[in-house]
Design a protein around this ligand. Structure first.
Ligand code: MG
Length: 311
C-alpha cells in the first residue's frame, strides 16, 4: 500500500530568519535554499514583499527571485512562496516574477494592528482586492492566520474568533489557510477545538497547522493535527527563528523533529532528514547558537562521537 503523504512546508528562510537577530546575506540564504531543495523540500517561504525598513532581513527578496530565475537553478516541482502585505507588495511580487504568494492577518485586532497596521476586518477588505488580482495573474495565494490560539496582547483566543478569519480567507479563494499558534501557547486540546471545525469548513488540503514550540507543545500539536486529518504542517529547518514575544524561547516547530516523527509513523514526506539536519548544524554554527531542533542536537552529537571514534 502506498504510504500517505504529508506536505512539510518549510518556513525557515522567511519566518525563521526574520526572527533571528543576525542579518543573513543573500548568498548565505541561497546556499541554504539550494540545500533545502536538494534535501527534497517542495514548498518553502523565500521572502516577504514588506517594507525593508521595517523588516531588513527580507530586504533582498527581489534579489532572491532573480537568483531563483537564474537558469542554473533546479527548482523542479518546488515552489517558492513570499509574503505580500498590501497592494504595493503585490506589485513588487508581480515584478519579481513570484508565482506563489501568501497574505497574512490574525485572529486578534491588537496583533493585526501591530503587525500589519490595520484591523482584521480592514486586512480582509484589502485581501478582497489583492487575491482576485493575484489570481488573474495566475498566482496561487496562501493565507495565514496568526494568533489563532493565543495573542501576546489579548490573551487566550476563542476558537470561534479564529474560525471566522479562517472562513473569511477561504471565502476569498485562497488555496490554503495556515492556522498559526504564533506565541506557542496551544495544547493538543486547543488544536482539536480549532482544527476539527475547520475541517468541516474545508477539505484537508486547504488547511495547514503552523506551530511554535515556545512551551514545548509544537510536536504534540502537529501529532494531534495529523490524527485529525491535517496533511500540511509548517516548520523551519533546525527550528530557525525565535519568538519576538518571548526572547530566548524556541520559535517554529523544527522540520527535522517533524519529519522524524512523521516518517517514523509511516507517513511520507519526501524529505531527506539527515540532509536537512546537516544543513542546520552548519547554520547553527554560523548563527553561533545551538539548534532549537532536538533531532539536530542528537544528530550533531552522534556525528561528533563517530568522528572521535575514527581518530
Ligand atoms: Mg512561525
Amino acid at each position: 500500500m502506498a504510504r500517505e503523504t504529508v506536505r512539510v512546508f518549510e518556513v525557515g528562510v522567511r519566518d525563521g530568519l526574520q526572527n533571528e537577530k543576525a542579518l543573513v546575506s543573500t548568498a548565505r540564504k541561497i546556499t541554504l535554499i539550494r540545500g533545502l531543495l536538494d534535501a527534497g523540500i517542495r514548498d518553502f517561504e523565500l521572502g516577504a514583499f514588506v517594507r525593508p525598513d521595517r523588516v531588513p532581513q527580507m530586504a533582498d527578496t527581489e534579489r532572491l527571485y532573480a537568483a531563483l530565475h537564474d537558469r542554473s537553478w533546479r527548482l523542479g516541482r518546488a515552489r517558492a512562496w513570499s509574503l505580500v502585505a498590501n497592494e504595493t507588495g503585490l506589485r513588487r511580487a508581480i515584478k519579481a516574477g513570484a508565482r506563489n504568494i501568501a497574505i497574512f492577518t490574525a485572529a486578534t485586532d491588537t496583533f493585526a494592528r501591530r503587525n500589519i497596521g490595520m484591523s482584521v476586518k480592514q486586512s480582509l477588505q484589502q485581501f478582497s482586492r489583492i487575491v482576485p488580482e493575484a489570481h488573474r495573474r495566475g498566482m496561487e495565494v496562501r493565507g495565514y492566520v496568526s494568533t489563532a490560539f493565543g495573542c501576546p496582547f489579548e490573551g487566550k483566543v476563542r476558537p470561534s474568533r479564529a474560525l471566522k478569519v479562517v472562513e473569511a480567507l477561504l471565502g476569498l479563494g485562497v488555496s490554503q489557510v495556515s492556522i498559526g499558534d504564533t506565541i506557542g501557547v496551544a495544547t493538543p486540546r486547543d488544536i482539536e477545538a480549532v482544527m476539527r471545525p475547520a475541517l468541516g469548513l474545508a477539505p484537508q488540503e486547504k488547511l495547514a497547522g503552523h506551530y511554535h514550540d515556545t512551551r514545548g507543545t509544537a510536536l504534540a500539536n502537529a501529532l494531534r493535527s495529523i490524527e485529525l486529518g491535517i496533511r500540511t504542517l509548517d516548520s523551519s529547518a533546525g527550528g530557525l527563528g525565535g519568538c519576538p514575544f518571548a526572547p530566548g524561547a524556541a520559535g517554529n516547530l523544527a522540520t527535522e523533529d517533524l519529519v522524524y516523527m512523521l516518517e517514523g509513523m509511516g507517513l511520507r514526506t519526501g524529505i531527506d532528514l539527515d540532509a536537512v539536519a546537516r544543513l542546520s548544524v552548519g547554520f547553527s554554527r554560523f548563527l553561533r547558537k545551538p539548534p532549537a531542533s532536538r533531532y539536530v542536537a542528537a544528530f550533531a552529537a552522534s556525528c561528533d562521537r563517530s568522528r572521535s571514534r575514527k581518530r
